[in-house]
Design a protein around this ligand. Structure first.
Ligand SMILES: NC(=O)c1ccc[n+]([C@@H]2O[C@H](COP(=O)([O-])OP(=O)(O)OC[C@H]3O[C@@H](n4cnc5c(N)ncnc54)[C@H](OP(=O)(O)O)[C@@H]3O)[C@@H](O)[C@H]2O)c1
Length: 276
């Protein structure tokens, strides 16, 4: 991404301290003036907001040319958060809202995907700002501990032979940075599906790990007992529905649009081994 610049105006990333947000900020900071919009301020220039109430949002977004909206994972009402962001963006004079959705948003069996489909629909009908939607598939970095060799067993709560188009988070972030920096004149009205370059199962991903990794399937309830302690009942239900869907259908997405945005082949899982 050498040819485009932000034109001097600020770009805001909502969810900037999270896994996705940190990657988007890192990609943007090379080229643009970035406002980190967070829940809990960690740096002096962080803009703290509460998406549940809208507190701080208008001030955080005011005067920005573009805003990247990343919602907290498996939130019980993502459309309500989006509405607050859109209202604050309009009041703050923002031109372009880029929404971090997901591949296959209209999947009624996965309520958190369906909420992202509802968000996309609200964005289409809103009218107060110009917009773009990014739809990433599952990140390869969800398996960072496998890819960096720090685990030798992995238990997933779905069929380890179900296939995914794992996408590199840095590639998603680079695509997001390009869309934000080039802005609405080029990207308004576009929805970009962002899958990785190959279909792989979790078992195949594990075979590419630096060491030997034993992969198996555990019941969803066992996975929740081990990993879901801090989750709300609603979040557990949403994740359980996702795991059930993955078990039956996997989760694949095309890489053509990501390749076009990057101007190169997206990275594959093998490229990430040892790179994290
Ligand atoms: N993981 C994947 O493979 C994948 C693929 C496609 C799409 N996605 C989507 O990507 C999104 C982000 O996922 P992630 O794993 O990057 O999330 P994450 O690391 O959990 O980050 C979410 C951020 O939301 C912020 N937040 C929470 N409550 C808030 C509130 N009330 N007001 C303002 N901010 C609040 C938190 O801010 P603080 O840290 O400041 O508290 C946190 O940094 C999700 O919507 C997910 O569906 C994920």
């Amino acid at each position: 991404m050498g040819a485009f610049t932000s034109g001097g105006a600020d770009l805001a990333v909502i969810g900037a301290a999270g896994k996705t947000g940190a990657a988007v900020v890192a990609a943007l900071e090379k080229k643009a003036s970035v406002r980190r919009v967070v829940h809990t301020a960690r740096r002096a220039d962080d803009r703290a907001v509460d998406l549940e109430t809208g507190a701080g949002l208008r001030e955080a977004l005011s005067g920005c040319r573009g805003v990247y909206f990343i919602a907290p994972n498996v939130h019980p009402d993502e459309p309500a958060l989006l509405r607050r962001v859109l209202a604050a963006a309009t009041e703050g004079g923002v031109d372009h809202v880029v929404y971090h959705s997901v591949a296959w948003p209209y999947t009624p069996d996965m309520p958190h995907h369906l909420d992202k489909a509802r968000c996309e629909d609200e964005l289409h009908r809103y009218g107060g700002v110009r917009w773009t939607v990014l739809q990433p598939c599952a990140y390869a970095e969800n398996f960072a501990a496998v890819l960096d060799g720090s685990v030798n067993t992995l238990a997933v709560p779905y069929d380890p032979d179900a296939v995914f188009s794992f996408v590199g988070l840095a590639d998603v972030a680079e695509a997001a940075a390009r869309v934000l920096i080039e802005g609405a004149d080029i990207h308004h009205g576009a929805t970009y599906e962002l899958g990785g370059p190959e279909e792989l199962s979790v078992r195949q991903l594990c075979r590419r790990a630096p060491g030997s990794v034993v992969v198996g399937q555990v019941p969803v309830a066992d996975w929740m007992d081990r990993h879901g302690g801090d989750l709300t009942v609603d979040a557990r239900a949403r994740l359980a529905a996702m795991f059930d869907f993955y078990d039956r259908h996997g989760f694949v997405a095309g890489s053509t649009q990501l390749r076009a945005l990057l101007g190169r082949r997206p990275v594959g899982v093998t490229d990430l081994v040892g790179a994290m």
